[in-house]
Design a protein. Structure first.
Lengths: 754, 77
C-alpha cells in the first residue's frame, strides 16, 4: 500500500481535506512519545489503496515545537511515497514558506491549492499553471470544503509517487547558495539521504542537524568567518528566511494581488466587536456563561427565578412517573425546565443506561448467589454506570468548546487573556482548559493539547482538578447544608462559593510554585496566527466528538472499570474472604485500611480525634475516587451502618452528613477541611486516566499523583488548624513566607551560577 | 523614522528593518513572516493593552509587546 503524508499550515483546511480523503476509515492515535494527535486513514478511489497520514499543522520545519519535529522526521525517516502539501490560496505568501522547505526534501510533492474559489469570489485569482511551472511540482486547485478537485489531486499525486524526485531549493539566488551546494555535496558523499534539506538546515544552524552532522559544521563555520552581509551580518538563519520570502514575493507577486490591508472583511468586522477594547472581556464572559448554562443548568429559562422553585413537578401534577412517556417528559421538564445538556444527560442516564442496566441487573438477580449478584450489579454495572454517566455532559461541553475552537474565537480568547495569565507564567491559552475544569476535568485535560509548551501543559493538567467540577458539587452542597443545619452556622451558598474560591486560589498558588520550581521555564512565546473567523463544519465537529467518545468509552471499560472493581472488592469483603452486605462496610478490608491510615488525617481534623468512627471520612474519600458523587452515597451507606438501619432516601445527602456529624462529633473546621481535601486530592479515576494519557511521561504522571496528595494534605490541614485555632494562621503565613524566600533565593543562586 | 514595533500606534504602518531577538523567538518571528522588508500594519491592542495584533503578509498575527520589542521598524508615512 502506498503512503501519502498530508502537510500544511494550521487553519488551511488540512483536517477538512483529510476527512474528505479518508471518510469513515479515519482513526486517531498518538505520535509516539508526545500528545499530538496522529490521524490516519485510507483513500480507496485509485487502483491501489493509499494510506493517508495527517501530519500536525505547522508553519515551518524548524526544530522548536514537537509538531515541527514530528512532521520533519516523518517525511525524512518514514519515506512517504508522496507529500500532499495543502496551501491556502487566500494566504499564499505564508503558506508557500513551508512549501519551499518541503521541496528541499527528496520526496515527491503535490500541492493542493485550497480555497481558490473563495479567493475568486473576492475578485482575485491564482494562476495555477504558472504556479506549477515555477514551483516544479504538480499543483491542483481544490475545495476541501466542497470536495472538489480531490480525485484529480490524488491521481496526480499517485503519478508523482511513481517517480523519484530530488529536492530543489529556492535559494539559488542567495549569497549562501555556494555554501549550501558545497555542504550538500559533502553530505551526499557520506550517503546522507535528502542531502539538500540537511545542507540548508545545517547552514541555518539548526540544532538537530548540528548534532547529527557534526563533520559538516566546520565548513559552515569556516564560511561564516569570511562572510558578511550588509543587513544580516552573519545571521544565516535570517538570510535563509529572508531569501525564501523574497523568492515568494518576487515570483508570485501577480498571484499575491490580494485585498488591500485596509478593506475590512466580514471576519475583520466580527473581530472588531469580539476583541473590542471595552466589549471584549464582557462578551467573553457572556459566551462562557452561556456555554455552562446550556450544558449544566437545571433552571434553563430562569422560570424559577433564582430562589426555590415554584413550578410543579410532574408528580405534583398527578402524572404516573412509571409511564414511559412521562419519564421522557421528565427528562425535559420536572418542576423546572432543563438545559439541552441536562436533557441529553437525563435521556442517557435515566432512559438509555438506566433501562438497559436495569434489565441486565434484574436478570442477574436471578443468579441467587449474593456475592456474585453484588459483584456484577454493584461492582461492575454500578461502576460502569457511574463512569458512563459523565459521558453526555462531557460531550456537550466538548461540542461547545470545539465550536469555539473551530470558529477561530478560541485564539481570540487567548489574545484577550494573555496579559493576566502571563503574570502566573502561563500563556492565555491555558485559560480554556482551566475554566472547562469547572464542568469536567476530562475534556479540560484533553484540551491542554492546545498548549505548545510541555511544562506549561503539565502544570495546567495538575491544577485542573482544583477547578471544582460538576461531580464535586454534591459533596459541597451536602456538607454545607449539614453545617448550616447542625451548627446553625452561616449560609450554605456562601460556604459553597467560598470553597470554589479556595480551589481557584490553590490552583493559582500551585501554578506559581510549580513555575518557579519543578516546572520552571520562560513564559512560552505568544507569537501566533489569529485565523479568520469561519463557521464550524458540522461533519468535522461530529468526527471530533466521535473520537473523544470512543477514547473515553475505551478507558471506561479498561482502567476505570478495573479500579472500580478493586474498590468494590475491598469494601465488600473482610480479611476472612467473607462477603459483606453494604451495611457491614465497617468489617471490610477498606474499613480496616481506613482505620489503619486514620491517624495520618489527624492534622486535617478527621483522623484520630474522631476515635471509633473516624475512618468513615477516609473511606468516603477513597470511594470518591470512582466518581466524586460516591462520597455522599458512601455517607448514606455508612450512616445506615452507624445507625443500624437505613435512612430515608435523601437526594441532597444532607441527612447522611448530619448522621455522620452526630456519630463522630466532627467539628466545622474539620468538615470544611474534608471538602477541601476532596476538592484538591486525586480526582476520579476517569480524570486520572486522562491525565496519564495527556502527561508527557510516566514519571511526570507519578509526580502528579504525589502532587495531588501533598497539595490536598497541606490545604486541608491549613483549613482545619486555622479554623480551629485562629492564631495558627501566623504559623502558616510564616511557613509560606519561608518557602517563598527559599524559592527566590534558590532561583537567584541558580541564575547566578548559570 | 525608526522605532520598535511595540511603540507603534493603532493604524500605523512600517517596514521591518531588523529582528533583535535570539533563538526560539527569532525563528518563530521569521517563520510567521516577520522578516526584514516585510510590511506590517498595527491593528490593535488586546483589551488589557497586551498582546497586540498586527497584519503581516496578508494575515493577522498576535504577539506580546515584549516580543514586538525585538522588531525594529522603519515607519511609513
Amino acid at each position: 500500500m502506498m503512503k501519502f503524508a498530508l502537510a500544511g499550515n494550521p487553519n488551511c483546511g488540512k483536517t477538512t481535506l483529510f476527512n474528505a480523503l479518508t471518510g469513515s476509515t479515519a482513526h486517531v492515535g498518538n505520535w509516539p512519545g508526545v500528545t499530538v494527535d496522529k490521524r490516519e486513514g485510507t483513500y480507496k478511489k485509485l487502483e491501489e489503496k493509499v494510506q493517508i497520514v495527517d501530519l500536525p499543522g505547522i508553519y515551518s520545519l524548524s526544530p522548536y515545537t514537537p509538531e515541527e519535529v514530528i512532521s520533519r522526521n516523518f517525511i525524512l525517516d518514514e519515506h512517504p511515497d508522496c507529500v500532499i502539501n495543502i496551501v491556502d490560496a487566500t494566504n499564499l505568501e505564508r503558506n508557500l514558506y513551508l512549501t519551499t522547505q518541503i521541496l528541499e526534501i527528496d520526496v515527491p510533492v503535490v500541492i493542493a491549492l485550497n480555497m481558490a474559489d473563495v479567493l475568486e469570489k473576492s475578485g482575485d485569482k491564482v494562476d495555477v499553471k504558472s504556479l506549477e511551472e515555477k514551483i516544479g511540482v504538480p499543483v491542483v486547485s481544490i475545495s476541501a470544503l466542497k470536495g472538489q478537485g480531490i480525485d484529480e489531486l490524488m491521481r496526480r499525486g499517485y503519478a508523482a509517487a511513481k517517480k523519484k524526485r530530488e529536492g530543489t531549493t529556492v535559494l539559488q539566488k542567495s549569497e549562501l547558495f555556494h555554501l549550501i551546494r558545497d555542504v550538500k555535496i559533502a553530505l551526499a558523499g557520506q550517503n546522507v539521504p535528502s542531502p539538500l534539506f540537511h545542507a540548508v538546515k545545517l547552514v541555518e544552524g539548526d540544532e538537530l542537524e548540528v548534532k547529527a552532522h557534526a563533520s559538516a559544521v566546520e565548513m559552515v563555520e569556516a564560511f561564516k568567518k569570511i562572510f558578511s552581509d550588509d543587513t544580516f551580518g552573519d545571521d544565516f538563519e535570517a538570510l535563509v528566511a529572508d531569501a525564501r520570502y523574497a523568492y515568494i514575493s518576487d515570483n508570485f507577486a501577480p498571484a499575491l494581488r490580494k485585498k488591500s490591508a485596509q478593506a475590512l472583511t466580514k471576519s475583520d468586522k466580527a473581530d472588531k466587536v469580539l476583541t473590542n477594547r471595552w466589549g471584549g472581556i464582557p462578551i467573553f464572559l457572556v459566551i462562557l456563561f452561556a456555554v455552562f448554562h446550556l450544558t449544566f443548568s437545571e433552571n434553563f429559562l430562569f422560570l424559577n427565578g433564582f430562589g426555590d422553585g415554584w413550578m410543579p413537578t410532574l408528580e405534583d401534577l398527578g402524572m404516573d412517573t412509571e409511564n414511559f412517556g412521562v419519564q421522557l417528559l421528565a427528562c425535559v421538564y420536572d418542576g423546572t425546565v432543563f438545559s439541552p445538556g441536562v436533557i441529553i444527560n437525563n435521556l442517557w442516564n435515566d432512559i438509555i443506561v438506566g433501562n438497559i442496566f436495569g434489565l441486565i441487573t434484574g436478570a442477574v438477580e436471578n443468579i441467587g448467589v449474593e456475592w456474585v449478584v453484588g459483584f456484577i450489579n454493584d461492582g461492575i454495572f454500578e461502576g460502569l454506570a457511574a463512569v458512563l454517566s459523565f459521558l453526555p455532559q462531557i460531550l456537550v461541553l466538548f461540542l461547545f468548546f470545539s465550536i469555539l475552537e473551530d470558529s477561530g474565537y478560541m485564539a481570540r480568547v487567548a489574545f484577550i487573556l494573555d496579559r493576566i495569565f502571563g503574570k502566573f507564567g502561563l500563556s492565555g491559552r491555558a485559560f480554556m482548559p482551566m475554566i472547562m475544569g469547572f464542568g469536567c476535568s476530562i475534556p479540560a485535560m484533553i484540551n491542554t493539547r492546545t498548549l505548545a509548551d510541555e511544562k506549561e501543559r503539565t502544570a495546567t493538567v495538575r491544577v485542573i482538578p482544583f477547578f471544582s467540577c460538576g461531580a464535586k458539587l454534591p459533596i459541597l452542597t451536602a456538607i454545607a447544608g449539614a453545617i448550616v443545619m447542625q451548627f446553625g452556622l452561616g449560609n450554605a451558598d456562601l460556604i459553597t462559593f467560598g470553597m470554589y474560591v479556595l480551589g481557584v486560589a490553590t490552583a493559582i498558588v500551585a501554578v506559581l510554585v510549580m513555575r518557579n520550581t519543578t516546572m520552571r521555564g520562560e513564559v512560552p512565546p505568544f507569537i501566533m496566527e489569529l485565523p479568520a473567523y469561519h463557521l464550524p463544519q458540522f461533519k468535522a465537529l461530529m468526527i471530533h466528538l466521535w473520537d473523544k467518545c470512543k477514547h473515553f468509552v475505551k478507558k471506561a471499560f479498561t482502567i476505570i472499570l478495573v479500579s472500580t472493581i478493586v474498590i468494590w472488592f475491598v469494601s465488600h469483603f473482610s480479611f476472612n474472604w467473607e462477603f459483606l452486605a453494604d451495611e457491614q462496610i465497617n468489617e471490610s478490608i477498606l474499613a480496616s485500611l481506613g482505620m489503619f491510615v486514620q491517624p495520618l488525617f489527624t492534622p486535617l481534623g478527621f483522623g484520630s480525634q474522631l476515635q471509633n468512627w473516624g475512618w468513615v471520612f477516609v473511606v468516603a474519600a477513597i470511594t470518591g475516587l470512582i466518581a466524586k458523587e460516591n462520597v455522599i452515597a458512601t455517607f448514606g451507606v455508612l450512616a445506615a451502618c452507624i445507625l443500624g438501619s437505613a435512612l430515608p432516601e435523601d437526594e441532597t445527602g444532607v441527612s447522611y452528613v448530619v448522621a455522620m456529624i452526630d456519630a463522630t462529633g466532627i467539628t466545622v473546621p474539620a468538615l470544611i477541611a474534608f471538602i477541601a481535601f476532596n476538592m484538591t486530592t486525586i480526582p476520579c479515576f476517569a480524570a486520572v486516566a486522562t491525565a496519564k494519557a495527556e502527561l508527557p511521561s510516566k514519571k511526570s504522571f507519578n509526580w502528579t499523583l504525589v502532587f495531588w496528595v501533598v497539595t490536598s494534605y497541606i490545604v486541608a490541614s491549613a483549613v482545619y488548624t486555622i479554623g480551629s485555632w485562629w492564631w495558627t494562621l501566623f504559623i502558616w503565613l510564616a511557613a509560606a513566607a519561608l518557602v517563598t524566600a527559599g524559592i527566590i533565593l534558590f532561583n537567584r543562586r541558580k541564575k547566578a551560577v548559570s | 523614522m525608526e522605532k520598535f514595533l511595540n511603540e507603534f500606534g493603532i493604524g500605523e504602518r512600517g517596514i521591518v528593518k531588523k529582528i533583535t531577538a535570539e533563538g526560539k523567538i527569532k525563528r518563530r518571528l521569521f517563520d510567521m513572516g516577520v522578516t526584514p522588508r516585510a510590511e506590517i500594519l498595527m491593528r490593535k491592542a488586546a483589551p488589557l493593552g497586551d498582546p497586540i495584533e498586527v497584519n503581516v503578509r496578508g494575515y493577522e498575527l498576535t504577539l506580546r509587546k515584549s516580543e514586538a520589542q525585538c522588531v525594529l521598524m522603519e515607519v511609513i508615512k
